[in-house]
Design a protein around this ligand. Sequence first.
Ligand code: NAD
Length: 425
Amino acid sequence: MKSNAAAIFADPTFAMACEQFRLIADYLQIDENQRHRLLLPKRALALTLPVRRDDGSIGVFPGYRVQHHLAMGPTKGGTRFHPSVTLGEIAALAMWMSWKCALTGLPYGGAKGGVTVDPRSLSARELETLSRRYMQELIPFVGPDTDVLGPDMGTNEQVMAWFMDTYSVHTGYAVPEIVTGKPVSIGGTSGRREATGRGVVYLIERAMNLLKMKPDQCNAVVQGFGNVGSVTALGLASKTGAKVIGISDHTVALHNAAGVDVHAAEAYVRTHGQLAGFTGGDVVSPQEFLELPCDVLVPAAVEGVITGENAGRLRCRILAEAANGPTTPEADQILFQRWEEIFVIPDILCNAGGVVVSYFEWVQGQQQFFWNEMEVTDKLFRILEQAFAAVIKRARDAKIPHRFAAMAIGVERVLAAKQARGLFP
Ligand code: NAD
């Protein structure tokens, strides 16, 4: 590929997303002239965000928003508040969103945003100030028909409500469609908070069904106990009857062969803000945790946790990638060799429930016509079913790994849209 533009985003996570793309572009024999145009984000905004702290000092936080491509409609993507956020990581996440939206047939390009901050280190007032300042700085670049924001790690319904309010105050009237994942009281949709985890559980059940595994005789290990991880663990335990034998967050990893009481764990985290101190399991190291023997392993936290180093030691039957980018390309090579042992549900399929229901929320907001939770969930499962079936068929027909199949479908659709529109001017 002939371009130095990628240097803007230099970062290990971006390099990982580029390598995944290169493999797919080679596989699809995409013309060299098309590759950079497909790969590199259309727009990227870097911000510095001053916030008056409670002690009177002024902290300045870096923030970003990346819009990957605009060929099929507005861009769409979450907002991450985390201390390790970089421009390159946000660009990688925006790229993955593009392939995910195309795979699930949504009329969006991918986007992502974030602020390099530990939200737990801020008071409630400081978090509100930072959230509003971030949205204020984005106003010239986003909009319901341009770029629609949503939640991701470290942000939640309340942050989305502040985004929506800040944008609406600027506009002079309520614009709920500027964000998804907002509270139902201001135009959010029923079922959005649970959507990602619910989708993960649905796809795990589909995989179990395909592999002729009995859900109520299976056990699962779930890394990350935030929005996605906790809803997934609760769904696995209460809906499928599977036993959750491991849960973890950034403070501790817990193992209980008899099954963790995930409802008690969820109540504990709601009160204490973290899992550390919860006594429902034995503490294990984060490394041991991922290598516990189990039927289903669900990474639902950060990127790059399954690596060339530990992929050979995973002892799960199904790897359900609820997080974005949990598996490095080196690990992928090992998992491909182990394809008969480990069934991978790749991230752009596995966690797509979140953006699918965000799309429903955006549609409902534009029409001012709201659906009940049953309609939302039913429509969600239909879309996931189509995407799952398409990925499995493509993988089987072409004898390629599931991630390859999922990405090939997504990349092909974006390429087709760009080719149909042509290159302006
Ligand atoms: P969250 O902030 O609600 O929760 C993150 C969880 O991960 C917390 O329990 C945190 O303690 C834990 N964690 C952080 N670092 C960890 C580490 N090193 N080891 C173990 N646990 C760690 O975030 P979320 O919304 O649940 O997002 C989790 C993942 O799912 C992210 O990769 C995100 O991009 C992806 N995702 C989220 C959504 C969504 O709708 N929220 C949609 C699609 C994908």
